[in-house]
Design a binder for this molecule. Structure first.
Ligand code: BGC
Length: 467
């Protein structure tokens, strides 16, 4: 990965790759939009639908629970009906569910509609990167992973801007939620014009079509090599239980730890509840939504910084520095809510702490988790391993977001943020001891780092290869 995907696609001299990049952008964008839009909408939904703290959590959490289900189903659907049709259906369901959210008349209806929306978000979060990776030339596949993260945070920022722009409009929260139908529909229609994944075609013996799809995205001299590699990997494809074979098990522990820590340091309490947190410190709903846009811009800017530097300074540097930084921001946020003197004398401190927190997440755990799970697993086990990590990520996202307001009610704001801070400190220790540097290293070297021993040639377990 040496830069942004679109630049790299241009360098490949294959215009069709732009279309593929745009579809990638839509999948990630929708994921971000729908996870981000609820933060501002919630401030208006709660009074209008008389939603209790529990119901507000359920409105946020239903999407996440749906996403867990969507991520579980996505591997099956992507194989059974193809990546292409899974994405067409996902975009259609997205658009319909966004409209259903907009027209909800009660908290119960909204919760049900957001669960269905979640099924589509979870499916898109797994199938989009998979589909694009299968259509991209090897040389630029890495850039795609980070490009997807960039589009997630762009979607979040657009959601915050939509929340801000629509705050004075009648039925504002309905518009905020309903707008998701536009990119959803664009994804469904855009996908109709896309080819099937060459790998999916080759696995079904449709080699001619697979070759045609490859010819649209690969240089002529690369097509044969790619065809051979697709058939080779398909014939050695590992199953879920192979993940438990050493040394892959050690890699799975690292992947799962990254997936879980990414969520339990509390990122989505900030993404989903930023305006609520800012209104805790006395801001009106409207100024809290305005300040949240800064948080979205910071997220985007620092994600770009990370993408440009991750290949120069390494993943570990950003992971460790970012997580230490966010632990400090959480300590400050907790202290802010403890001290009324701080709240009176430096009222903007909560906004500053949230911005530092987001910047540190955006250079560290945000992109590094998604990047590393695409790098650390042997090629033939990459699909199932990434699926397991994605499901774990959504499950813990659900757990943390669903319990946030209850936790604040039960133990107070200070203890809640300090609790996430303690988790961040534990994460730093784990990362320092267990997470290998993957920048510029082969899979074998990475596995030696993780298992702490030289790898012997294995005869029975699947061979490992890097893409
Ligand atoms: C995480 C999301 C989060 C987003 C924030 C992603 O890497 O997986 O849960 O909302 O970053 O930027």
């Amino acid at each position: 990965m040496s830069g942004l995907f679109v630049t790299e696609a241009r360098r490949e001299g294959k215009p069709f790759l732009f279309a593929v990049a745009v579809i990638a952008a839509l999948g990630g964008f929708l994921f971000g939009y729908d996870t981000g839009v609820i933060s501002g909408a919630l401030l208006y939904i709660a009074p209008e639908l008389h939603a209790s703290s529990f119901e507000q959590e359920a409105i946020v959490g239903a999407l996440l629970l749906g996403a867990v289900g969507g991520a579980v189903m996505s591997g099956y659907l992507a194989d059974a009906i193809s990546r292409k049709w899974t994405k067409v259906i996902s975009g259609t369901v997205y658009a319909l569910a966004a409209l259903a959210c907009a027209f909800s008349q009660s908290a119960g209806e909204l919760i049900a509609a957001r669960f269905i929306l979640g099924l589509s978000v979870g499916t898109a979060s797994f199938v989009s990167p998979m589909y694009i990776a299968e259509l991209s030339p090897k040389r630029i596949r890495g850039g795609l992973v980070s490009f997807n993260q960039l589009m997630i945070v762009t979607g979040i920022l657009f959601a915050y801007i939509a929340d801000f722009g629509l705050k004075g409009v009648g039925d504002n929260w309905r518009w905020m939620l309903g707008l998701g139908a536009v990119p959803g529909l664009a994804l469904a229609i855009g996908m109709l014009a896309m080819p099937h994944s060459p790998r999916w075609l080759a696995e079904r013996g449709r080699e001619e079509e697979a070759r045609e799809a490859l010819e649209r995205t690969h240089r002529a001299e690369d097509v044969d090599e790619e065809m051979t590699s697709i058939k080779d990997v398909a014939s050695r494809e590992g199953r879920l239980r192979d993940l438990l074979a050493t040394p892959v098990r050690s890699m799975l522990v690292v992947g799962l730890a990254l997936a879980i820590f990414q969520q339990i340091v509390g990122i989505n309490t900030i993404i989903y509840y930023a305006p609520t947190i800012l209104s805790f410190s006395g801001n009106s709903a409207s100024s809290a939504i305005g300040q949240t846009v800064f948080i979205g811009v910071t997220n985007l800017v620092f994600t770009i910084v990370a993408i440009l530097l991750l290949d120069r300074l390494g993943r570990r540097f950003f992971l460790l520095a970012g997580t230490i930084g966010l632990a400090i921001a959480l300590a400050v946020l907790g202290a802010f809510f403890l001290s009324s003197t701080l709240q009176d004398s430096v009222s903007y401190l909560s906004l500053v702490a949230l911005i530092v927190y987001i910047a540190c997440f955006a250079i560290g755990l945000g992109p590094v988790f998604w990047l590393m799970i695409s790098e650390i697993f042997p090629l033939e086990l990459r699909g199932p391993a990434m699926a397991v990590c994605t499901v774990a990520n959504w499950s813990f996202n659900f757990l943390i977001s669903f319990t946030f307001l209850t936790l604040v009610d039960a133990i107070g704001k200070t203890a809640t943020f300090w609790l996430y801070g303690v988790v961040a400190v534990i994460a730093v220790v784990f990362f320092a001891l267990k997470v290998p540097e993957t920048m510029g290293r082969s899979l074998e070297q990475i596995q030696e780092d993780v298992t702490g021993r030289k790898r012997r040639r294995r005869r029975t377990a699947p061979r490992t290869r890097h893409a």
